[in-house]
Design a protein around this ligand. Structure first.
Ligand SMILES: Cc1cc2nc3c(=O)[nH]c(=O)nc-3n(C[C@H](O)[C@H](O)[C@H](O)COP(=O)(O)OP(=O)(O)OC[C@H]3O[C@@H](n4cnc5c(N)ncnc54)[C@H](O)[C@@H]3O)c2cc1C
Length: 531
């Protein structure tokens, strides 16, 4: 490994303005929402695909690895930090073109630097009748970066990777391939028929280190004639399995077409406000009595859920009827909301608060972004929850890495059945408080058959010892969950070793592939594998 010569060659190629080696830049990029040790050699900012190829040529020549990022907002999973030490970060944010857009067939082809904000604004400008899918992450997170991690959003197209079609990939050797029908330069159906003909390769380039994705086509959903959201609460933890089992048939038969999110009271509380340090008299985790006080004041419940209904007015009315029928006697406060009712609620919020004491304006502040996310409108409002344990308020420009917000996600998936929801809930309730953290949980009816749970370990990185405590907590949690058969849909940089627990022959195949695709091991070593 000839690091100095490689850096000099990258400098000659990209210029010093696009080859950052200053310690403050490297320090920033090495900082995540939990403790990391990895050092970054340089930050490379290519502007086009030829420069990416040339960067890889240098990496191969001097055996110095590169680690690609698109938006670099992989908060809670490692942010911009590579899995292994001594990589150069390949920051693809300058490749930010929307290269194709088809309103009629509802798709868009983008480069890695295209962010949620950029795509949303683009569609607005086109006066498009299409909706993108949005996640609760930053406006500046990358559409491609998220899809590569198989992240999910809130519309019927929320299972991102299920709605992509065709990738352009630069292999570690610098060769370029197009997946699906894209391998034929004149194939007219390349952006609309995802399977292509022959071996289907798209999955090889998600959660892997086999290639750098430089273009991806995303299918967009046509805006429905009518949209309505629904929300509900349950009073007790014990009602959770029944609730999940009541929603499951509706998700399976398509009455509910998008992810339904169900969060516990800690999740809602951390979305509404920061940790009540004064009321808790500095004690962590949050004492039950203090939690109850807030639950009462805000009229919160043990769990609150929401989802969207999409279709014609008639279809939505029928879905509403079926939901009411299925949830009868199982939930409290089943409410339906559309643009008009939201408008009215806004108008009466203040008088309502004066009359009832309920802080409706604040509740609406929380509700509106969730409502909009279901319509594919990105919102940064959830970012404030990463400041839950901080003692200073979230700044206008939120940046959890910079501000020492401690955050580790653990995201196990399970069959969409109440018994699994109850089991996961029980595991989290046992483990997180024993390490001094609130069991902040949200469960998502992600697909017709699968339940995804997002467990948040939130803390303040500036409190001595918390980094270590949080990581110990995460490790215990992951061990217990996997022991019970609940594996994460995605991993943080700290837990790639989990894959070693998998089938030996599977790992062997991946290693063989890596060896032939990346003979000098220059692309993202250690990412989703030991290679
Ligand atoms: C409050 C909050 C809410 C969140 N909500 C959600 C949510 O609703 N859904 C969700 O999925 N996530 C969510 N996240 C997690 C995370 O922020 C998002 O997943 C985010 O989209 C990831 O960052 P990014 O898109 O900038 O991807 P990046 O950080 O650029 O990429 C992620 C990883 O993919 C690999 N990669 C990136 N680009 C390429 C490429 N072109 N070629 C090869 N490999 C590449 C890299 O290894 C990189 O580390 C949330 C985080 C927070 C803090």
């Amino acid at each position: 490994m000839d690091t100095d010569t490689a850096i000099k060659a990258w400098c000659d190629l990209l210029g010093t303005e696009n080859t950052l080696i200053q310690s403050e830049n490297l320090q920033t990029a090495q900082t995540a929402t939990f403790a990391t040790q990895q050092q970054i050699l340089a930050i490379l900012r290519p502007e086009n695909i030829e420069q990416i190829q040339a960067c890889l040529k240098i990496a191969n020549e001097y055996c110095v690895p590169v680690y690609p990022i698109s938006g670099g907002k992989n908060w809670g999973y490692g942010s911009r930090v590579p899995v292994k030490d001594n990589c150069a970060l390949l920051d693809l944010s300058k490749l930010n073109r929307i290269v194709d857009y088809n309103e009629k067939l509802a798709y868009v082809t983008v480069e890695p630097g295209v962010t949620q904000r950029r795509l949303y604004e683009f569609l607005q400008k086109q006066q498009s009748r299409l909706w993108m899918d949005a996640t609760g992450s930053s406006h500046d997170s990358s559409i491609i970066g998220n899809a590569i991690e198989r992240g999910f959003g809130h519309t019927p197209y929320g299972d991102r990777f299920a709605h992509i079609c065709g990738l352009e990939v630069v292999l570690p050797t610098g060769e370029i391939i197009h997946t699906g029908l894209g391998q034929f330069s004149n194939a007219k159906a390349a952006p609309v028929y995802r399977w292509g003909v022959g071996a289907f390769l798209d999955g090889l380039f998600s959660q892997s280190n086999f290639g750098i994705v430089t273009k991806m086509t995303f299918w967009l959903m046509p805006a429905p004639e009518y949209f309505q959201s629904f929300s509900f609460t349950i009073k007790e933890d014990q009602q959770l399995p029944d609730l999940i089992d009541a929603l499951q048939p509706l998700r399976l038969n398509g009455t509910i077409k998008s992810a339904v999110h169900v969060g516990n009271s800690y999740k809602v509380l951390s979305a509404i406000r920061q940790y009540p340090w004064a009321e808790a008299e500095g004690v962590t985790p949050l004492p039950e009595s203090v939690k109850e006080q807030f639950i009462k004041a805000w009229k919160l419940s043990a769990w609150s859920g929401s989802g969207g209904l999409y279709g014609t007015k008639q279809q939505v009315a029928e879905a509403r009827r079926l939901i009411k029928q299925a949830l009868k006697g199982k939930v409290e406060k089943l409410q339906f909301l559309d643009d008009q009712t939201l408008q009215i609620a806004k108008a009466v919020a203040k008088p309502y608060q004066r009359l009832t004491g309920l802080n409706l304006p604040e509740m609406l502040k929380l509700l509106r972004p969730v409502y909009r996310l279901m319509q594919g409108i990105p919102s940064e409002s959830q970012l404030a929850s990463t400041y839950w344990r901080k003692k200073t308020p979230p700044p206008r420009e939120m940046n959890p890495d910079r501000d020492g917000c401690g955050l580790i996600w653990c995201a196990p998936v399970a069959p969409l059945e109440g018994e699994h929801a109850a089991k996961i809930n029980q595991i989290v309730q046992e483990i997180l408080p024993s390490y001094g953290f609130e069991p902040i949980i949200s469960m998502t009816l992600l697909t017709e058959r699968c339940l995804s749970t997002i467990i948040t370990i939130a803390y303040d990185r500036e409190v001595p010892g918390e980094d270590e405590q949080a990581m110990n907590c995460y490790n215990t949690l992951l061990e217990k969950l996997t022991e019970e058969g609940y594996y994460p849909y995605r991993l943080g940089i700290q837990s790639m070793d989990l894959l070693q627990k998998g089938e030996e022959s599977y790992q062997k195949l991946l290693k063989q592939l890596k060896k032939s695709i990346d003979p000098n091991q220059v692309l993202a070593p250690g990412r989703y594998g030991s290679f």
